[in-house]
Design a protein around this ligand. Structure first.
Ligand code: HEM
Ligand SMILES: *[C@@H]1O[C@H](CO)[C@@H](O)[C@H](O)[C@H]1NC(C)=O
Ligand SMILES: *[C@@H]1O[C@H](CO)[C@@H](O)[C@H](O)[C@H]1NC(C)=O
Ligand SMILES: *[C@@H]1O[C@H](CO)[C@@H](O)[C@H](O)[C@H]1NC(C)=O
Length: 315
């Protein structure tokens, strides 16, 4: 019964997000044949000045897709009384919006009014992985941009304190499986995390222990030295030691008890997800294949209605 309800809820949410928009790899081949190279140039120009750009764009695309589908709702600015997603609570890690604006400008001057901001962000996320030494893939295109962005909806994003059942539920609500969860979590091979995202593991973990006993002790000590107080503001650590290089180190760290978030560590708590993580830890190729498949699935959750002229405001 509970399973039935969950299934029905997932179907409802999926049909709400999908709108029957169908995506294709050659969507712009007649109307904007150079779109991909224009986006790639904007992303690589920015990344060559700032190594933090690729991680930011990959995470931005994930946030976009998890709220109202991949409809560029994450790019809208707050307006009047409406506080947009980008000004909501998990905003601390969202940055590099200017890269999408630069790409949009280049694309608009080549083919005005044709390419959605949601497609530009999906392409930029793929380019970010490639620029970090990861795999490339064909991005299906034809997404439309949405007209709504609400900070209050960012609570729908999975939190770093989530356990495996909460993660499973969050992904299932978007039609994503446990395999997608494990493969996409590998995105944490890139980027930076603030202390606030893992403070639960190193300060007052629970009433009997200060530090999560599942953390490798010297790793826990190093986290605590970077974040000595519970409310350390801007401090943080790289997501993995090779945080500008897209690889499978993330999964190896999970098995050394050096997962950064409770939600990363949680992947070892179901036999199924643990086995997948183990497969990805021992085979970069298996990880890469699964990551591509799951990225295409996540980035195909659509939801918008228009092609925005300016990614920050609705038409
Ligand atoms: C499974 C659920 C997920 C949770 C709970 C989660 C949570 C987080 C948190 C808390 C941060 C650090 C924010 C900060 O402190 O600045 C982060 C960073 C990041 N996440 Fe995730 N995430 C999840 C899934 C994903 C997915 C699916 C992707 C992409 C495929 C992704 C890509 C990233 C990247 C690249 C960063 C680094 C951002 C930067 O350096 O600017 N995450 N994530
Ligand atoms: C992030 O969101 C908080 C509200 O949760 C807001 O006070 C803050 O200004 C936002 N920060 C940025 C950089 O948008
Ligand atoms: C995960 O957390 C939820 C909410 O706190 C709880 O109901 C559930 O039992 C937990 N599941 C696991 C596997 O720990
Ligand atoms: C605190 O966490 C540890 C390790 O997970 C566990 O063994 C212990 O029972 C927990 N204590 C409480 C009061 O929940």
């Amino acid at each position: 019964m509970a399973l039935m309800t969950t299934l029905l809820a997932s179907l409802l949410i999926l049909s709400f997000f999908s709108h029957g928009t169908s995506l294709s790899s050659n969507y712009y081949s007649k109307t904007c044949p150079n779109v991909e190279s224009l986006v790639t140039k904007a992303v690589s120009d920015a990344a060559s000045n700032d190594k933090k750009v690729p991680a930011a764009l990959l995470r931005m695309h994930f946030h976009d897709c998890f709220i109202r589908g991949c409809d560029a709702s994450v790019l809208l600015d707050s307006k009047g009384k409406n506080t947009a997603e980008k000004d909501g609570p998990p905003n601390v890690s969202l940055h590099a919006f200017y890269v999408i604006d630069n790409a949009k400008k280049a694309v608009e001057s080549a083919c005005p009014g044709i390419v959605s901001c949601a497609d530009i962000l999906a392409l930029a996320a793929r380019d970010s992985v490639v620029l970090s030494g990861g795999p490339s893939w064909d991005v299906p295109k034809g997404r439309k941009d949405g007209r709504t962005s609400k900070a209050s909806e960012t609570i729908q994003l999975p939190a770093p304190t989530f356990n495996i059942s909460q993660l499973q539920k969050s992904f299932a609500q978007r039609g994503l499986s446990l395999e997608d969860l494990v493969a996409l979590s590998g995105g944490h091979t890139l980027g930076f995390s603030h202390c606030s995202s893992f403070k639960n593991r190193i300060h007052n973990f629970n009433s009997t222990t200060d530090i999560d006993p599942s953390l490798q002790p010297s790793f826990a000590a190093s986290l605590k030295s970077v974040c000595p107080v519970k409310n350390a503001k801007n401090a943080g650590v790289p997501m993995d030691p090779s945080s500008t290089s897209f690889d499978n180190t993330y999964y190896k760290l999970l098995f050394q008890q050096k997962a950064l978030f409770s939600s990363d560590k949680a992947l070892l708590d179901f036999p199924k997800t643990k086995n997948l993580a183990s497969k990805f830890a021992s085979s970069k190729d298996a990880f890469t294949k699964a990551f591509i498949k799951s990225m295409i699935k996540m980035s195909s959750i659509t939801g918008g209605q228009e092609v925005r002229k300016n990614c920050k405001v609705v038409n």
